[in-house]
Design a binder for this molecule. Structure first.
Ligand code: WT7
Length: 656
């Protein structure tokens, strides 16, 4: 833990050195790992192509650093503590020794099922230790894991499998989430009808529900594991070999496969975990995310294990069996560091203190927030009622593309300020620019958040389409990585993230592209066109508001009615129309759910006869956003619209 920053003075000094001599700085951190062969150059980069390489020609396997190197001194320490969805089910603990054996066994299973270095393996699994085991086994055999969040639909799953041509799919019969079960294997079967690259499916038995096993293609996790040896010599990887792909939404309809590579990601997640959370050897670290998101990759699996920490994996949801689940679990497991999302905090807040006060929460030392801007009220509530006014709140800002936390307080070190992610971590060089890309150098400014120098965890490419990576992140401004976020820097140089400035929404901390949701809505046979925007939502942070143009013919047939108010005014029985509208909305939500995921369902649907478009046909989302926010005091210039009249109509339809 020689790399731990323990005072603000030391932070300032370390930060300065990391900027003046970045290569020297990161090299000293990289030195603490096990390498099969050390690098011969620390960094090679340009943001033009982009081309970023760290620790060039270094050879290693990340799992030797996550597991093997801890065995001698800490083999019997708990690596993973698993908390079931069912609060009464006993915890499962895997020591580092046990984790080693399981990962080796599953590495053999992967190899026995035809997986070699460089192959892609898709993991579509419940939050059970086997997911972490599968992740690590992929890394150990040199396969590239692509974890797909198990809340995604079969179509999302097959799209992701196809994009990177995964050879093997690892899944379970089903999963438990609150009082529901989800038939994962069934969803996989549907996905596999259009995912020809998969030749083997490995199925873990979790729920015991009836499933179909296709002879020759589907095998059981358990029987494969019993056949497999518990030793597996880790495959040697180059520093820049891809470690994983993780799909995330962008401003086009098609999710991007963000690629991270072995060494840089390892060094960066190790270092940020250690510092932001001020890791101590006896910590019980609980990050409530799902491994299907980057937060889970970096701060449930890799960051904690690289540090030899004990990491908690939680299968369930914060409100099951009731909203006291976090408190109860934290007390039971004596959690010391807790990391969750503002949306979860706000939903607890809404449930009331009756679900908090029964718990001691006295083991907690640091509490973290991630995924979306945390509003002031939620920040204070978290600080006062979960942290009992004694735990620093670390509001950590980062992205799937950044691999790890970039801007955040260091617990006990950086003075916090509610709603501020505060200061950049060592090695991170944020800049704010205006729309023309001119740097805003002074404090007390608001601008677009960019990075002007690479850190080891930065995205390397988008799978199979490097040009897309360039355009999305490096093409907007010369020599800068553009985050897509708007940001304010205050008089103390503290950063406060405002939110996305592109066509990306953040719903309950989940990233969704407006185009993705629109494409799904447009699949409804009555829908001609749609436009989707995010709007402020009390619990979710952002909700989804869909403006939808429907086919005239279906309106005439009485299937949907665009103007129920008028019908009411005319004194006719409009219950039929309302029913039709409700039914239509329901269908739209189901389609989105089916094509993307239930998390992408629009909260509000408004039927409109036209959309505000420029003469070149571009939808002016700015106007729709204002209407969705119910703030139409200043809509800006609408004279450039093809049909300015449509704005009044939409306003009226929204009751404004
Ligand atoms: C976007 C990235 C980072 C892991 C989870 C989300 C927003 C993230 C914060 C924060 C304000 C935040 C940004 C960012 N975001 N953390 N602490 N404060 N906004 O990863 O799905 O890649 O989304 O989430 O808008 O760009 P992601």
């Amino acid at each position: 833990m020689q790399h731990k920053i323990t005072s603000f003075e030391q932070y300032t000094e370390t930060y300065k050195r990391s900027i003046e001599q970045p290569e020297q700085f990161w090299m000293e951190i990289a030195d603490s790992f096990e390498w099969r062969q050390t690098w011969d150059k620390v960094l090679d980069w340009n943001f033009k192509e982009p081309n970023v390489k760290w620790f060039l020609n270094g050879k290693l396997n990340i799992t030797e650093n996550c597991i093997d190197r801890h065995l001698e001194s800490n083999g019997d320490k708990a690596a993973i503590i698993w908390e079931s969805n069912d609060a009464n089910e006993p915890n499962r603990t895997l020591t580092y020794n046990e984790l080693h054996a399981e990962v080796c066994r599953f590495s053999n299973v992967l190899q026995n099922n035809g997986i070699e270095k460089g192959d892609r393996v898709c993991l579509y699994m419940p939050m059970i230790p086997e997911l972490a085991i599968a992740v690590l086994a992929c890394a150990r055999v040199g396969a590239i894991h692509s974890v797909v969040f198990a809340g995604f639909s079969s179509q999302s799953l097959s799209d992701r499998i196809n994009d990177s041509e995964c050879k093997v799919l690892v899944t379970a019969d089903g999963l438990y989430r609150g009082n529901k079960t989800v038939g994962l294997k069934e969803i996989c079967d549907e996905a596999l009808q259009s995912a020809p690259s998969i030749h083997k499916v490995i199925v873990y038995k979790r729920t015991g529900q009836d499933i179909n096993m296709q002879l020759g293609r589907d095998v059981w996790w358990h029987s494969e594991m019993t056949k497999a040896a518990k030793e597996f010599e880790a495959v040697e990887m180059d520093s820049e070999d891809p470690l994983f792909i993780l799909y995330t939404s962008g401003s086009t309809g098609k999710p991007k496969g963000v690629v991270h590579s072995c060494a840089g990601y390892m060094v960066y997640t190790y270092y940020t975990f250690l510092n932001v959370f001020q890791y101590e050897a006896d910590d019980v670290f609980w990050c409530t995310a799902d491994i299907g998101w980057i937060t889970g990759h970096s701060y449930i699996v890799y960051g904690p294990l690289l540090n030899g920490a004990t990491t908690v994996m939680f299968e369930g949801i914060p409100t099951y069996p009731d909203a006291g689940r976090f408190g109860a679990t934290s007390d039971k497991l004596q959690v010391t560091k807790f990391y969750t999302a503002p949306t979860a905090i706000r939903s607890l807040m809404a449930s009331g203190l009756d679900f908090v006060t029964p718990y001691k929460l006295d083991s907690l030392k640091v509490i973290g927030s991630v995924g979306e801007p945390i509003n002031e009220e939620a920040w204070f509530w978290y600080h006062d009622h979960i942290g009992k006014e004694k735990c620093p709140v670390v509001d950590t800002w980062w992205q799937t593309e950044t691999g790890g936390i970039l801007i955040s307080p260091i617990a006990f070190v950086t003075p916090t300020k509610p709603t501020f992610a505060t200061l950049p971590l060592p090695g991170v060089q944020p800049v704010l620019v205006d729309a023309q890309g001119v740097e805003l150098k002074e404090n007390n400014v608001e601008g677009l958040l960019c990075m002007k120098f690479p850190w080891p965890g930065i995205i390397r490419t988008t799978y199979g389409d490097h040009e897309r990576c360039r355009q999305a992140y490096f093409g907007t401004f010369d020599n800068l990585y553009f985050t897509g976020d708007g940001c304010r820097r205050d008089e103390d140089g503290y950063y406060r993230i405002i939110g996305r400035v592109d066509d990306v929404m953040n719903v309950s901390g989940h990233r969704l592209g407006t185009a993705e949701v629109e494409n799904a809505i447009n699949e409804h046979p009555f829908v001609i066109e749609s436009a989707v925007v995010g709007y402020p939502h009390e619990i979710k942070g952002q909700g989804i508001y869909a403006f939808v143009i429907v086919d005239k013919q279906s309106i005439e047939n009485g299937l949907v009615d665009t103007d129920p108010m008028q019908a009411e005014g005319a004194g006719v029985d409009n219950s039929l129309h309302l029913l039709n509208i409700a039914a239509f909305e329901n269908e739209v939500r189901n389609i989105v759910s089916k094509i993307i995921s239930p998390i992408a369902k629009p909260d509000k649907i408004q039927i409109v006869s036209g959309l505000p478009k420029t003469r070149s046909g571009k939808i002016m989302r700015r106007i729709l956003r204002k209407i969705a926010e119910r703030d139409v005091s200043n809509l800006g210039d609408i004279t450039t619209l093809l049909d300015p009249g449509v704005v009044d109509e939409i306003k009226k339809g929204a009751g404004l």
